[in-house]
Design a protein around this ligand. Structure first.
Ligand SMILES: Nc1nc(=O)c2c([nH]1)NC[C@@H]1CN(c3ccc(C(=O)N[C@@H](CCC(=O)O)C(=O)O)cc3)C=[N+]21
Length: 285
């Protein structure tokens, strides 16, 4: 029987530390500010945004949530971003993805000042990461690396398999693992013999988007399994990509869904907002 990685517990611990850091910053007259922009009526997105808002308030970050209608034009959204770029009380900007189809996502992400890009999605921040000079990081892979650190997971020389190749999870995850000297394989929807590749993994990070897809037969005995999946069924109940009940018997460490990767993602967002406020405080004007 493996151990459950308590993402919720670790997130609470880090958020508690952030709260103290924010209180100290307030003594110096700095209140970290986060602007979250939500376009349209995506139900799941709304829940995430609500969670982020609640956590931000808990640690004392000033958070603004801008709920814009589905019909918002690309031009109007660009102007909104420019307003937050210029606003000295805002240190972090997050535009919730996915955006409506009539808006060009790349164009929007590029409009955010890299110094306020607390999601780590701007090409400048991606370029820094992939050239080995990390600055702002995508929050999900960052949160997973913090879990490895906290649970003393040694990555050097290990076989790490990342299933999923998105810009926001799979690719940056692979790069962060590589920077810790893991031997990294990126698998994806076109990969042949996925089970065979997964079975070789000492570290298995799963971001597929199919409920309970990773059963025990995909998992090497003693592996560390990280579940990035967030699949909601008709009743609104959340399930990961990993069949937790069977995998926990075979793996050494497994993240649950909920209370695994999700709370850590939010915590890294808050952490980068606080760091961003500190950096912007020292800018000479
Ligand atoms: N620009 C942008 N940045 C994001 O970081 C981003 C995004 N867009 N679009 C959507 C995804 C999804 N995401 C989640 C974060 C936390 C939880 C989370 O906290 N989940 C909890 C509770 C889940 C529940 O019960 O609803 C848990 O797993 O325990 C979930 C999902 C961030 N995303």
């Amino acid at each position: 029987m493996g151990t459950i990685i308590d993402g919720r517990g670790l997130a609470d611990k880090i958020q508690h530390e952030l709260k103290e850091e924010v209180a100290a910053l307030k003594e110096k007259g700095i209140v970290p500010g986060l602007a979250v922009v939500l376009v349209g009526e995506n139900g799941a997105s709304k829940t995430y945004v609500k969670n982020k808002e609640r956590s931000a308030q808990k640690v004392g970050i000033h958070s603004i949530v801008d709920r814009l209608p589905e019909e918002t034009t690309e031009q109007a959204l660009l102007m909104k971003i420019e307003q937050y770029n210029q606003d000295p009380t805002i240190h972090g900007i997050l535009v919730q993805l996915p955006l409506p189809l009539h808006i060009n996502e790349e164009k929007i992400l590029q409009a955010i000042l890299p110094s306020k890009d607390v999601d780590g999605f701007h090409p400048v921040n991606m370029g820094k990461l992939f050239s080995g000079q990390p600055d702002k990081l995508p929050c999900t892979p960052y949160g997973i690396m913090e879990m490895f650190k906290h649970y003393d997971v040694d990555l050097e020389g290990k076989n790490a398999v990342v299933i999923g190749r998105s810009n926001i999870v799979g690719k940056p995850m692979a790069q962060l693992l590589l920077m810790k000297n893991a031997t990294v394989t990126i698998a994806h929807s076109k990969t042949k013999n996925l089970a065979k590749i997964a079975q070789e993994a000492d570290i298995l990070v799963v971001a597929i988007g199919k409920a309970n897809f990773i059963t025990a037969d995909f998992v090497k005995s003693g592996a560390v399994v990280i579940d990035v999946g967030m699949n909601r069924d008709d009743q609104g109940k959340l399930a990961g990509d990993v069949a937790f009940d069977q995998v926990i018997d075979k793996a050494s460490l497994v993240t649950p869904v909920p209370k695994g990767v999700g709370p850590m993602t939010i915590t890294m967002l808050l952490s980068q907002t606080v760091s961003s406020a500190k950096e912007q405080m020292t800018v000479v004007r």
